[in-house]
Design a protein around this ligand. Structure first.
Ligand SMILES: [Zn+2]
Length: 81
């Protein structure tokens, strides 16, 4: 699993990918900070991991609100020759 935190004043576009888990700065009303990225585009689609609520955020707003992204590393296949 890859974990990284972005600096407060990051100006680079966030490298967000489908299936990433996003830890937000503020909790959802249900109490969860964790969301799954379910849509990538001009808007970022997120699904709350606790209550299944879905939201669509403009990328800019998402970048502002996300604290951390975690991504499961792709499985490494053994070299079968
Ligand atoms: Zn929720």
């Amino acid at each position: 699993m890859t974990v990284w935190a972005r600096p407060e004043d990051a100006v680079m576009p966030l490298d967000v990918q489908l299936g990433d888990r996003a830890i937000m700065r503020k909790p959802h009303p249900c109490g969860s900070y964790e969301w799954r990225v379910v849509r990538i585009g001009a808007d970022i689609g997120l699904r709350c991991l606790s209550c299944d609520h879905k939201v669509l955020l403009p990328r800019r707003q998402f970048e502002r609100q996300v604290k951390k992204l975690t991504r499961e590393a792709p499985a490494v296949l053994p070299d079968g020759g």
